[in-house]
Design a protein around this ligand. Structure first.
Ligand code: NAD
Length: 244
């Protein structure tokens, strides 16, 4: 049995992880959250954590990064970082941690979005010279950060090929499009789980690569796969490509 310690255990994703672990080789044995889980021991300070576990999974908030790192360093256990909204400084902290313990970080844990990343790379290679590339992401009205971590992953996939890509966030007023612009538009409303469109707009033709998440279950199942992988990996920085 792989024992998971879960940051954000009482959140929307936390609940999905606990549910999806049932009848698998994984079990959530403890969590960190200001809201206590009804049946699993929940902590609000790393120094109080008294449960044994094999791997840390984090679906909480970027502001808890120092707590996650503290626990990983103290226990020498690997971490799956699924939280989004990290600053460049935070990314450096995560990358430094990966020299000590195995770390997998992904703004999107689903199989479908990880395939979409490869499709975007292929399309950018073929089309970047002549087509304009724009990204639209849509999420529920409770999402804290914008643009989504997934939209940034998709933009970074474009920038790997189109190295002069300049990210813009929304567009208004007198702002004619420049050739190197890759504009990311964030829509927030209702209970939308997550939608991402990468639009390649050319002369008289448009290709749209699109992914729609219909349930948070896809992220939970991906994160459990990632936890299984990280529980036995050697120190290093991994992506979902390694875990899938
Ligand atoms: N990588 C992915 O595939 C993926 C998928 C979905 C969501 N996410 C990300 O995961 C994170 C969580 O998403 P969610 O929808 O479950 O959010 P949520 O708001 O439902 O859950 C967050 C949980 O963290 C707890 N929390 C927040 N601040 C805290 C603090 N200071 N101390 C202790 N606990 C605190 C909250 O009480 C809550 O239970 C977000 O960053 C979201 O963008 C990633």
């Amino acid at each position: 049995m792989i024992k998971i310690f879960l940051f954000g255990i009482s959140g929307k994703m936390g609940n999905f992880i606990v549910d999806c672990c049932r009848n698998t080789d994984c079990e959530v044995v403890g969590g960190y959250d200001i809201v206590a889980h009804p049946t699993i021991p929940t902590f609000t300070s790393v120094s109080d954590i008294s449960v044994d576990f094999d791997v840390i999974v984090d679906f909480s908030r970027a502001c808890l990064l120092s707590e996650v790192v503290k626990l990983a360093k103290a226990t020498k256990k690997g971490v799956v970082f699924a939280t989004t909204g990290y600053s460049e400084e935070d990314e450096k902290v995560i990358s430094d941690l990966s020299t000590l313990v195995p770390v997998l970080r992904s703004g999107n844990m689903s199989v479908g979005v990880n395939l979409l990343l490869s499709l975007v790379e292929t399309a950018t290679k073929a089309l970047a010279d002549k087509f304009d590339i724009e990204i639209i992401e849509k999420h529920h009205n409770q999402k804290a950060d914008a643009p989504s971590g997934t939209a940034l992953m998709l933009a970074n996939e474009v920038k790997k090929i189109k190295t002069d890509a300049k990210y813009l966030y929304g567009r208004q007023g007198e702002s004619k499009r420049e050739k190197e612009d890759v504009t990311i538009h964030a829509v927030r409303g209702g209970t939308i789980v997550g939608e991402h469109d990468v639009i390649f707009a050319g002369n008289d033709e448009i290709i749209t690569l699109s992914h729609t998440a219909l349930s948070r279950k896809i992220f939970a199942e991906g994160a459990i796969k990632a936890a299984r992988f990280i529980a036995t990996a050697t120190p290093g920085l991994y992506s979902m490509k390694n875990a899938l």
